[in-house]
Design a protein. Structure first.
Length: 154
């Protein structure tokens, strides 16, 4: 029981994400269905909280600064990648690729900062996390099955 609670909590941590938690948990012998459900909701909870926080922060900032563009903004690698994805694919592309390329939390925060509405960001984040949860769960199940079928002895 504690191990499933740990799946939920670790999936909520931005640096662990579902891409790490799901395969490791399934490899550890945990039930894939419950791992997928708990990892999905753990990650989704903090993404939702982050979206609401960034939306309010953006509103406060723009009221305070009267929509000044910050040309001095640091162009870190992840931010620059998220910005290129935003320019090319918009909110749906950024959030669908986010869990794989930048992490779901960074992608959701970037979407709000780049101008997406809170509702649209929540919608696409939910779809994205659902799809990636399925991909990582099915990939882990079949990957583990393939590894156990392969004779690794030399």
């Amino acid at each position: 029981m504690w191990d499933y609670l740990l799946v939920f909590l670790l999936a909520a941590v931005p640096w662990f994400e579902i891409g790490l938690i799901i395969p490791v948990s399934i490899l550890a012998g945990m039930n894939a269905f419950w791992v997928a459900i708990l990892a999905f909701f753990g990650n989704l909870l903090t993404v939702y909280l982050l979206i609401v926080f960034f939306d309010r922060l953006k509103g406060w900032f723009f009221r305070k600064k009267k929509k000044e563009q910050s040309d001095q903004e640091e162009d870190s690698g992840r931010y620059a990648r998220a910005n290129r994805m935003w320019d090319k694919y918009g909110v749906s592309g950024l959030l669908l690729a986010g869990p794989f390329l930048t992490g779901s939390h960074i992608a959701a925060g970037a979407a709000i900062v780049f101008g997406a509405t809170k509702t649209k960001t929540l919608y696409w984040s939910t779809i994205s996390l659902g799809l990636w949860t399925l991909v990582f769960t099915i990939g882990s199940i079949y990957g583990l099955g393939w590894l156990t079928d392969v004779n690794l002895s030399i």
